[in-house]
Design a protein around this ligand. Structure first.
Ligand SMILES: [Zn+2]
Length: 251
């Protein structure tokens, strides 16, 4: 078995499994055990694929090719071949994953209420946790991407990335502290990976787009960013001159 191992294709997008994903499944099986464990594993797996499919289909609709959906230790990732053409595009792609998770969760809760079947309750809970967890505003998680896309119009790409990476580092430290306090190995590992990946995002923001926009005064110029991000959002404009009409009321 070679990794990444290709499971198949969904909507033409390859779904691949990394060796570390099997490690996560093994850990879940170990703690849950038996048939119940296998069912939880399958549900988590299906829910993550649905979440990543949400990202992927919106990305493809916006003209960003998806090379694969990859499943790994911390969940999944939709591998995009290029940056979205605008901050608005990134916002839509980032929000699509949690939107799918919340929609599935809501549907499963309704089914659980109607059928009183624990299976739907479990499915609803898994997807709810998946949606909420991904909205933690720490780059490069979905929440962090959403935060950056929202900050770009005010701060420009580079500064927005810096702020989002700052939030990400605070989250990393919190995860590490909580992980150490409750001896949660996955949380401690996640803290490390988050810190590392946020730093990579920062490096990319500083150096990765060099030359995309003519700039003479350094990377932190507000218009500096991936090609096209300036066209829909634009660099922050000078505030309009205030037109304050002072109405003086004299006695
Ligand atoms: Zn996601």
């Amino acid at each position: 078995m070679r990794f990444p191992f290709r499971l198949g294709r969904l909507f033409g997008i390859p779904v691949e499994v990394r060796a570390s994903f099997l490690l996560m499944l093994a850990a879940v099986l170990l703690f849950m055990g038996g048939l119940g464990g296998i069912l939880v594993v399958l549900l988590v797996f299906a829910s993550i694929v649905a979440h990543e499919l949400g990202h992927s289909l919106v990305a493809r609709k916006l003209g960003v090719e998806v090379s694969a959906i990859e499943l790994h230790f911390f969940g999944g990732v939709a591998r995009l071949q290029s940056q979205p053409r605008s901050a608005r595009g990134e916002l839509a792609i980032a929000a699509a994953g949690p939107a799918v998770s919340f929609a599935l969760s809501a549907l499963a809760f309704v089914m659980a209420a109607l059928s009183h079947w624990w299976f739907f309750e479990l499915l609803a809970t898994i997807n709810l946790v998946l949606g909420i967890f991904n909205l933690i505003p720490a780059l490069p998680m979905d929440g962090g991407r959403i935060l950056r896309a929202l900050l770009v119009p005010r701060l420009g790409f580079a500064r927005a990335t810096e702020v989002s990476v700052g939030v990400s580092r605070v989250a990393s430290v919190l995860f590490a502290v909580v992980g150490l306090a409750f001896l949660q190995l996955q949380l401690i590992l996640l803290a490390g990976v988050l810190w590392f990946m946020a730093s990579a995002e920062l490096r990319m923001a500083r150096h990765g787009y060099a030359g995309s926009v003519p700039s003479s005064s350094g990377w932190s110029r507000p218009e500096w960013g991936p090609p096209g991000w300036g066209t829909s959002y634009g660099p922050p404009r000078a505030p309009p001159r205030s037109r304050i009409v002072v109405v003086r009321v004299d006695d």
